[in-house]
Design a protein around this ligand. Structure first.
Ligand SMILES: Cc1cc2nc3c(=O)[nH]c(=O)nc-3n(C[C@H](O)[C@H](O)[C@H](O)COP(=O)(O)O)c2cc1C
Length: 408
């Protein structure tokens, strides 16, 4: 029997949306409540999560009235990858919210000419994702022993990953003041019946999984020869019980990846100047100034506030990216004006994915591209490479400087 048009045509399922905020509203309406809450994430009282967005509101623009540029260019590179706009997909681990998950995000990123960062907690394999988008960066946490980590790097390299992202900012905080969603160990009949009252209220979401129920395993953490990989909880347990990394471990990880692949390495989660300098010393090629989207140690300032001090300290020794709180093209422009080479987005594309699958992620990227273009037009610039702090209005007391070595 042919599928009804509302299942096959994404724009019938969910028409074009005009902002990331609207995508979020649509995702909230469409997804079962625990699934939506898993994307909201955050930690403790949500101070960092809300500062990530609020900080962008403290930055304004100084536009021109005439003399603007008719052509404006957004193309750039990140870790050697040519991208058509200064935005890449930050790795996120909860994409079983959609049957195609990371593969839909990878296709959308490829269709719009940019990179996908793939989490080691992803629900789809690195091989499938690279097939959908050869511009894939593989992300790893510090989990398992060194042999296991090397195996995972080898697999990502063999699959064709173009760079490795090491995410090390995680402090295993447990609670949230707004309550955490239930994430089942696996979706079997018993779980389906128990969670039915919440899930059956969203029949369209359920229908999209008609053939395969969400599979909550981490295939990229499978041991060689093992099929599916551990469940999310199995993977989390391994991570929790791995002793935290030292700077020597960071150096080791970068060297292993460089030796086996010859490809670049990014350290994600830097928010202090001293750490940024240590990362440079370890030989990384890029850092992402980030507080894990406000999911790590609550109270960490928004990355956009600490970006100028980090950029100042590292200069052009490494590529500096930023992630956290990007919801519109003008946020991207503000981050670039304060020295980021490009940004990584998390929730913005997850809302697009939740709202409308691949088409929704493409919609989000189009919104960001449109917003970047408007800002460049207003500022009288012809390229994202011309942005400087002089293009911004910066509220007094905006910046934070963390871990700046004292001068004696
Ligand atoms: C639901 C969710 C899952 C995430 N999973 C990962 C992950 O597996 N690996 C990782 O490096 N970062 C992860 N992050 C952090 C993102 O990569 C990124 O740092 C953050 O989302 C940026 O903030 P934004 O959501 O405001 O754009 C996750 C974030 C969210 C919201």
């Amino acid at each position: 029997m042919p599928k009804p048009e509302w299942l096959t045509n994404p724009w019938k399922q969910n028409p074009w949306f005009e902002s990331v905020a609207v995508a979020q509203q649509r995702a909230r309406k469409r997804l079962p409540e625990p699934v939506y809450a898993a994307l909201v994430a955050g930690s403790e009282r949500g101070q960092s999560m809300s500062d990530n967005e609020a900080a962008f509101r403290e930055l304004g623009f100084a536009p021109h009235v005439a003399g603007q540029q008719a052509k404006r260019d957004q193309a750039t590179t990140v870790l050697g990858q040519q991208i058509s706009l200064p935005v890449i997909m930050s790795p996120t681990g909860v994409q079983a919210v959609h049957p195609e998950g990371e593969v839909a995000v990878a296709r959308a990123a490829a269709a719009r000419g940019t990179v996908i960062g793939l989490s080691n907690f992803a629900s789809r394999s690195v091989e499938e994702v690279v097939a959908a988008n050869p511009q894939t960066f593989f992300q790893m946490y510090w989990t398992g022993d060194r042999d296991v980590m090397v195996q995972r790097m080898e697999r990502a390299h063999a699959a064709g990953a173009q760079a490795l992202i090491a995410t090390l900012d995680w402090s295993f905080s447990m609670g949230r003041d707004w309550g955490s969603p239930e994430i089942p160990e696996k979706v079997d009949l018993k779980t389906a019946v128990r969670m039915a009252p919440k899930v059956l209220r969203k029949p369209r979401w359920l229908a999209s999984f008609a053939r395969d129920l969400p599979d909550l395993t981490a295939p990229n953490l499978a041991a060689p020869g093992e099929g599916k990989g551990p469940t999310f909880f199995g993977a989390y347990y391994e991570w929790m019980t791995t002793p935290p990394p030292t700077w020597d471990d960071v150096r080791w990880m970068r060297e292993q990846w460089a030796q086996l692949s010859g490809r670049p390495f990014m350290l994600k989660g830097v928010c202090r100047v001293d750490d940024a300098l240590q990362a440079v010393d370890c030989g990384v090629d890029a850092i992402s100034v980030s507080n894990h989207g406000g999911n790590n140690l609550d109270g960490t300032p928004a990355p956009i506030r600490v970006l100028p001090s980090v950029v100042d300290a590292v200069g052009d020794q490494v590529e500096v990216l930023l992630d956290g709180g990007i919801r519109r093209g003008s946020d991207v422009v503000k981050a670039l004006a304060l020295g980021a080479r490009a940004v990584m987005i998390g929730r913005a594309y997850l809302w697009g994915l939740g709202a409308n699958g691949q088409a929704g992620v493409e919609n989000v990227l189009d919104i960001l591209r449109g917003g970047i273009d408007s800002a460049l037009l207003g500022l009288g610039l012809s390229s994202v490479h011309e942005l400087t702090p002089e293009h911004l209005v910066i509220a007094p007391g905006f910046a934070r400087e963390l871990g700046v070595p004292r001068r004696s």
